[in-house]
Design a protein around this ligand. Sequence first.
Ligand SMILES: NC(=O)c1ccc[n+]([C@@H]2O[C@H](COP(=O)([O-])OP(=O)(O)OC[C@H]3O[C@@H](n4cnc5c(N)ncnc54)[C@H](OP(=O)(O)O)[C@@H]3O)[C@@H](O)[C@H]2O)c1
Length: 236
Amino acid sequence: MLSKIAGQFIYVWDFLFPATYQSNVKLNGKTVVITGGNTGIGKETARDLAERGAKVIISCRDIKKGREAAEEIRQEIKDANVIVKQLDLASFSSIQQFAQEIQRSEPQINILINNAGVAVCPKSKTTDGFELQFGVNHLGHFLLTNLLMDKIKASAPARIVNVASAAHFIGDINFGDINMEKNYNALMAYCNSKLANILFTRELAKKLEVLVDQSSRQRQQQMMLWRKNCGSSVKI
Ligand SMILES: NC(=O)c1ccc[n+]([C@@H]2O[C@H](COP(=O)([O-])OP(=O)(O)OC[C@H]3O[C@@H](n4cnc5c(N)ncnc54)[C@H](OP(=O)(O)O)[C@@H]3O)[C@@H](O)[C@H]2O)c1
């Protein structure tokens, strides 16, 4: 109950006083994969990373929108290295196809930004039969991250960023009814999907800690919560 009240307060606070993160760190030689990079927070992030020298792979469900966004970035930033690839997070087969293509074409992935999301949708399902918001916002990114994991680990120092939300404070997942078949509520489904983003990040941090420690004691890793950025990240 207390965490729900705190969550609502933080949500309103973030809305009224949005914070921004800025960095001048150069990213030349680094490769970034960002989901939903054709608009909103994803496009702004792609633009910033391209400006700092990264190779940015914008993945989006509508390739035409992605190409338009990439063109816009190229027009603004001379020498921007931006590539567009098709990815529908509501389809496991699309995610598998995208991951296979990335595995083939990219020697390294230094940053994976799981940004794409849908919010407060009418009751609907992914191709594979999961509630849409949980499926796209969490399950799709969960599968994508795991399919790219070996390459990300081999590219260390690397980072995985899961874009969550203060809405996660309100989340209350019923694991007995993960698709909310019995009592669908569009807002709660969104909050649950964002809570799943946070739980995934925490678990990932624990597992990567073990893996990184085993492979190299010199590699630092840490988990940071970027609440102001509505995100959470794991550094490998
Ligand atoms: N905006 C906020 O105030 C806010 C606050 C807290 C957290 N967030 C989080 O920030 C992230 C980005 O939000 P935003 O406001 O930038 O949203 P947005 O402008 O609506 O953009 C969402 C992106 O996700 C893509 N997307 C949706 N369904 C997809 C699917 N099935 N497969 C692949 N891509 C898909 C969209 O593609 P299309 O263009 O084709 O629809 C779009 O590129 C989300 O994870 C959201 O939960 C946002």
